[in-house]
Write a protein that binds this ligand. Structure first.
Ligand code: NAD
Ligand code: ZN
Length: 234
C-alpha cells in the first residue's frame, strides 16, 4: 500500500531541538499565560509586550537551534515515498524546513514572518519587530505584527488540509497534545475517511484513544524507524 499520507506535527517534535513545549509542566508558554501574549486582544492592549515575547522566541530560534532526527525522518519520508505526503505543522519554528522538508503548511503561522496591517502583505522577519519597524513594501512604520495565528483566529490553509485529510490513507500525528482545535479534530476526519491512524508521542494524550496505533517515545528516537517501516511497506 502506498496511499496518501497527511502528517500533523506539534511542539513535541521540536522539543529535542531545545524549544520548550507549550503545556510542558505549568500550562504556561515560556512563563506567560497565552491570553497575555497569543491573542489579538493582547496585541491590541499591549502590542509591545506581545512583540517582545515573539522577538525573544525569534532570537532564541536563530541562535543555533537545529532540526533533529524527527524532522529529518519526515523529510526523508516526503522525499522517498511514492505517493503524496502533506506535512502540516502547528509549530511556528522553521525546523521542518531546516530538516529538509520541501512542502510544509504552517497552520499557526511562522515566527520568521511578519504581516503588515497597512498593506496586508507578509514579509520575512529575522530581527526584532517594534514600533519603528518599517514595511518594505508600503513603507508604513509600526504596522507589522508577527505572522502568527493567535487564539481566536482562523488557522491558515484549512480548506487544503481538510481536502487532504478526506483523501488520506494514513494520518500520522507527532508530538501534539491534541488540545488545540481544529488540529485536534484531524484524526477524526481522517478516520471517518477510512485512513489508518498513528500517534507518536512521549506520553498518552487526551486524543490517544482515537488512534488505531500509538507509538510511545521521543519523536527523534521513534520516527526514523517508523519512516523506514512505511517506506518498506509492500
Ligand atoms: P503542546 O505543547 O500542547 O504538546 C506537546 C506534546 O508533545 C505533548 O503531548 C507532549 O507529550 C509531546 N512531547 C514532548 N516531547 C516530545 C518528544 N520529544 N517526542 C514526542 N512527543 C513529545 O503542543 P501542541 O499540541 O503543538 O500545541 C501547542 C500550541 O503552541 C501550538 O498551537 C503551537 O503553535 C504553539 N507552540 C509552538 C512551538 C514551536 O513552534 N516549536 C512551541 C510551543 C508552542
Ligand atoms: Zn505594508
Amino acid at each position: 500500500m502506498s496511499g496518501n499520507i497527511v502528517i500533523l506535527t506539534g511542539a513535541g517534535i521540536s522539543a529535542e531541538s531545545g524549544i520548550p513545549t507549550f503545556r510542558a509542566a505549568d500550562g504556561l508558554w515560556e512563563g506567560h499565560r497565552v491570553e497575555d501574549v497569543a491573542t489579538p486582544e493582547a496585541y491590541e492592549r499591549q502590542p509591545e509586550v506581545v512583540q517582545k515575547f515573539y522577538n525573544e522566541r525569534r532570537r532564541y530560534l536563530l541562535n543555533g537551534i537545529e532540526a533533529n532526527e524527527g524532522h529529518r525522518a519526515l523529510a526523508r519520508l516526503e522525499a522517498e515515498y511514492p505517493s503524496e505526503v502533506l506535512l502540516v505543522t502547528q509549530n511556528i519554528d522553521n525546523l521542518h524546513e531546516k530538516g529538509g522538508s520541501q512542502k510544509v503548511l504552517h497552520m499557526h503561522g511562522e515566527l520568521l514572518k511578519g504581516r503588515c496591517l497597512a498593506c496586508g502583505e507578509e514579509c520575512e522577519v529575522v530581527g526584532d519587530l517594534g514600533p519603528d519597524s518599517q514595511c518594505s513594501l508600503c513603507e508604513e512604520r509600526g504596522k507589522i505584527r508577527p505572522a502568527i495565528v493567535w487564539f481566536g483566529e482562523m488557522p491558515d490553509h484549512m480548506p487544503q488540509i481538510e481536502k487532504a485529510l478526506m483523501e488520506a490513507d494514513l494520518f500520522l500525528s507527532v508530538g501534539t497534545s491534541g488540545q488545540v482545535y481544529p488540529a485536534a479534530g484531524f484524526v477524526e476526519i481522517a478516520r471517518v475517511a477510512g485512513a489508518e491512524t498513528i500517534e507518536v508521542n512521549l506520553d498518552e494524550t487526551i486524543g490517544s484513544s482515537r488512534f488505531a496505533r500509538t507509538v510511545r517515545g521521543k519523536a527523534g528516537e521513534t520516527l526514523p524507524g517508523l519512516v523506514e517501516e512505511l517506506l518498506n511497506r509492500p
